[in-house]
Design a protein around this ligand. Structure first.
Ligand code: F6R
Length: 238
């Protein structure tokens, strides 16, 4: 695992955006896997600036988001659909048809997950998967101790994740209890992985990841079995 230690969140965001920009410049038709959450916000705003000011070109890029709450309406301000359009897609020249986010409005979530996997495969697979990490070591919505399902699937959120995400909703009771998420196999099939770890709440999962062990109790540790992972952290996390 390549580790890049940054002094603060701003430096982390800068390094992460440069990493993604390099991928797009090297392969303009890159397929990117993308996360939501607080951690990538700085990276997204920097990518928007790079697109505006330095003509970083998203016109050939395809994206697949890691996950989406279920059920949730696209126009709900807490949906990942809304998040991604607000923080990235509205600010870059990506083609609408190249943006993929699991559909939180579907009546048939199992079929949606199977179709999502098919679309990833048809696009040629993910070149660069960007990840955040939960305080409990989750990636995507793959929660600790869960049987490590390989493909995109429907999952129940743990009380820990509901509590952590309640800050974005009116109350914990308003957080959807399920999600559609890429599976471990979906993530591990990405050719390259970039994981961003920021803040003192992430020290424990960061330590587990850096130890090199693999345990389903801390899903992110599976990344130690991938051959091309870059970890970018900031000072408070280590
Ligand atoms: C979001 C996602 C989650 C987050 C994780 C960290 O799409 O898949 O695994 O990456 O919960 O969230 P933040 O960055 O808000 O700490």
């Amino acid at each position: 695992m390549n580790m890049i230690r940054c002094g603060d969140y701003e430096a982390l965001s800068h390094a992460a955006a440069e990493f993604v920009a390099r991928q797009i410049k090297e392969k303009p038709s890159s397929v990117l896997g993308l996360p939501t959450g607080a951690t990538p916000l700085g990276m997204y705003s920097r990518l928007v600036a790079l697109c505006r000011n330095e003509a970083l070109d998203f016109s050939g890029v395809t994206t697949f988001n890691l996950d989406e709450y279920y059920p949730i309406k696209r126009d709900d301000r807490q949906s990942y659909y809304y998040f991604m359009h607000t923080h990235l897609f509205s600010g870059v020249n990506i083609k609408k048809e190249n943006v993929h986010i699991p559909n939180g409005e579907t009546a048939d979530p199992e079929a949606e997950c199977a179709g999502y996997e098919r679309r990833i495969a048809q696009s040629g697979g993910i070149d660069l998967q960007v990840l955040g990490i939960g305080q409990n070591g989750h990636i995507g919505f793959i929660e600790p101790g869960e049987a490590l399902e390989s493909a995109t699937h429907v999952t129940a959120l743990t009380p820990n994740t509901i509590a952590a995400n309640a800050r974005f909703f009116e109350s914990a009771a308003c957080v959807p209890t399920k999600a559609l998420t890429m599976g471990i196999g979906t993530i591990m099939r990405a050719r390259k992985i970039l994981i961003l770890v920021s803040g003192k709440e992430k020290t424990a999962p960061l330590q587990a990841l850096a130890d090199g062990k693999i345990t389903p109790k801390i899903p992110a540790t599976i990344l130690n079995a991938h051959g091309d992972v870059t970890l970018i952290t900031d000072q408070p996390a280590f």
